[in-house]
Design a protein around this ligand. Sequence first.
Ligand SMILES: *Cc1c(COP(=O)(O)O)cnc(C)c1O
Length: 346
Amino acid sequence: MTARTRPDLDLLPAYVPGRSTPGAVKLASNEVADGPLPSVVAAITAAAAGINRYPDTGSTVLATALAARLAVDAAQVVVGNGSVSVCQQLVQATCADGDEVVFAWRSFEAYPILVRVVGAVPVTVPLTAEHGHDLPAMLAAITPRTRLVFVCNPNNPTGTVVRRAELERFLDAVPPEVLVVLDEAYTEFVRDPEVPDGVELARGRANVAVLRTFSKAYGLAGLRVGYTVAPVAVATAVRKVGVPFGVSGIAQAAAVASLDAADELMVRCAELVLERERVRDALVSAGYEVPVSEANFVWLPVGDGALALAQRCADAGVLVRAFAGDGVRVSTGTPAENDAFLAAAT
Ligand SMILES: *Cc1c(COP(=O)(O)O)cnc(C)c1O
């Protein structure tokens, strides 16, 4: 007989990473195509010389730099091993067995897994016909058991956004004891001026936290660094449930160097946004429905055609992300990569 594990985990789907095949064009995981900047590689190399020591468990230099940039108290910033890790800490810090977490569906596929691992209950609210968050329905889904609400803005995988007025209305109506987490993994790609900066929106609100990452616009997906900006009391609880030394010294140094190179990296984002628009225009011209995207990917809501479309792309050497029965998410790559995708899809 093997050791007994939690039977409820048998029901849990495994996180499905984007596919990776040597030589293929990889547009399945919303990574940026460019490698790290030389200044970031130099910081990584320098930090490598110190890996006989444990890292600073509080990521103090990075948290202080983030706090200064965002004009928040450093006590509000918690750095983690990727923002997924911080996301899990937010669930652990707010939920016990049977508590409820409300989020839109389809949205980031890590949410239901992280919620269930803690023993909490995911409460999903269908997206609107326009593939966006249905905030009034999410508000209506809040019960006395609700401890946390995720709003993914822009939403992964649909690229849709919630705008300032509707989000403020929502935040004003959520009970103050329920934490709202604005997951802004793609915020650097937003061009719609009506989309609020979550950190600004959270100022003065004791139940709103923002989640951000170095994995997307900052190009450090492989190093695993993300963070939350939260009210101090929430941040303190989030720190308590963190794994000690969870963020390596190399990752911390790379993140600090990337912040220093933010201007350069934002130029890359601007170029990517142009490509995103080019890809969307081409798809729309070819007859696809493609919601306006404010992230570094586009969403093709092809329903039952999802797996077949992804296979057609794979046959042409382009890996995209299919969600069976729902649609296909395609990350924006280099112009040549995007052309390869468009040739396969249109
Ligand atoms: C990619 C992504 C993240 C970032 O995850 P990391 O752990 O920081 O790499 C977080 N939230 C959403 C919605 C994402 O798509």
